[in-house]
Write a new protein. Structure first.
Ligand code: PLP
Length: 390
């Protein structure tokens, strides 16, 4: 969202106009921003055969999936339902990676049936895969490298206590099963967590995978997951993509040399591609003074954006109706759900009046997709701004 001619705009369309046209609460996404992020990621790995697989759990809106596809981004799914959405958006089964955790084997069989690549994340399922398909179906193995990193304990996925992946200390068991059934392992995968700002954490996890990769002479793919940090607040440290690109590329090219053939490097970003492209527009229903604070009660809540409550996430809030206010106020912005659903506490915002439209920024990832019908309320509509049109 940009400030232009004293208005908040997306691709030159005033955000307030979008709110008036479609009503609130409303999710709005900027296609240009998504394309910019795709190019930024590709630009960090110029020497590498890179594939981006959008972790669509972050945002499964069908127009977003089509936009990803048009821009050469493939897709990572975690459920049969996401797989169906990917196919519905026009992806070939072979462009889809299925990275489930602890699912029943029939979900894996269904994904194999449409030609998807499977990331196997436990020894039992690896053995079942071998028994069922032998070496006939290529697959990948999700490794837990035992690296703790991420913005919050709830979004770390590769530390010793995490349920995800096969612990790297079980490498011998993996190799025994793979050899016993002649399983065609074409890739190794790991995903460390979300909101990782230090390039070093990615490199440490990658090193574990690069080392194990040497046990698979025919390996074709290294998938290093997602987790790149974006800025939620001014001054937030983010993943330095050029630095990460340079560090990982060097180690990756060394691995290719050791294995004697070119490898593909895959990433599965969610947040990095769509977080900054999205905002949630809400309207102030009440401005409620109390002795110690003033509450702004909006027509939304944790049913639409759960991240502040679930992860203590910060979402910057701007008063779209009052961009040039002479006065600001300090508010607690709260939802209308029968829970303590506080979007922001003691937040300075341009003076808010009843009926004003507020924008919660950086809401593109894990916003709509984590929304619910709690309190039997509807979900917001979603609007994509594409080629200058909402
Ligand atoms: N890949 C896997 C396996 C994940 O579990 C996730 C997130 O949970 C992602 C990728 C995307 O993470 P992020 O949105 O932080 O990039």
């Amino acid at each position: 969202m940009q400030i232009n001619n004293h208005q908040y705009q997306i691709q030159n369309i005033p955000v307030l106009e979008i709110a008036q046209q479609f009503g609130t609460p409303l999710y709005v996404y900027d296609a240009d921003k998504i394309v910019e992020k795709i190019n930024q990621l590709r630009g960090a790995f110029p020497q590498i055969n890179l594939k981006i697989k959008f972790a669509c759990k972050a945002l499964t809106n069908i127009s977003i999936l089509k936009l990803m596809r048009q821009n050469g981004v493939e897709i990572d799914v975690v459920s049969p339902q996401e797989l169906q959405l990917a196919l519905h958006a026009g992806y070939e089964g072979s462009q889809v990676t299925f990275t489930p955790s602890g699912v029943s084997f029939d979900e894996i069989e269904a994904a194999v049936a449409v030609g998807s690549m499977i990331n196997l994340d436990n020894l039992i399922v690896l053995e079942k895969f071998g028994q069922r398909y032998g070496g006939n179906v290529p697959c990948m193995i999700r490794i837990k490298p035992n690296v703790a990193a991420g913005g919050n304990a709830k979004i770390m996925t590769a530390h010793e206590g995490s349920k995800f992946g096969i612990d790297i200390r079980q490498r011998e068991e993996i190799l025994t099963i793979v050899n016993q059934y002649g399983i065609n392992v074409v890739g190794l995968h790991q995903h460390t967590g979300s909101d990782i700002k230090e390039a070093d954490a990615f490199v440490r996890a990658a090193d574990v995978i690069f080392d194990f990769a040497q046990s698979f002479p025919n390996l074709q793919i290294i998938d290093l997951g997602g987790g790149f940090k974006v800025a939620y607040k001014k001054g937030d440290h983010i993943t330095n993509m050029p630095e990460l690109g340079a560090q990982l590329s060097e180690a990756f090219l060394n691995l290719s040399k050791k294995l004697g053939h070119e490898l593909q490097l895959w990433f599965e970003p969610g947040k990095f591609l769509v977080s900054e492209a999205g905002l949630l527009l809400v309207q102030a229903n009440v401005v409620k003074p109390a002795p110690s604070r003033t509450f702004v009660g909006v027509n939304s809540g944790l049913n639409h954006l759960i991240r502040p409550m679930m992860y203590d996430a910060y979402h910057h809030i701007v008063n779209v109706s009052n961009p040039e206010a002479e006065k600001t106020g300090v508010y607690d912005v709260v939802g209308y759900i029968c829970e303590t659903d506080t979007f922001a506490k003691d937040r300075e915002i341009n003076e808010v009046h009843e009926g004003d439209v507020l924008a919660l920024l950086n809401a593109g990832a894990y916003g709509f997709t984590m929304s619910s019908h709690y309190n039997s309320r509807f979900r917001p509509a979603e609007v994509l701004v594409y080629q200058g049109k909402a």
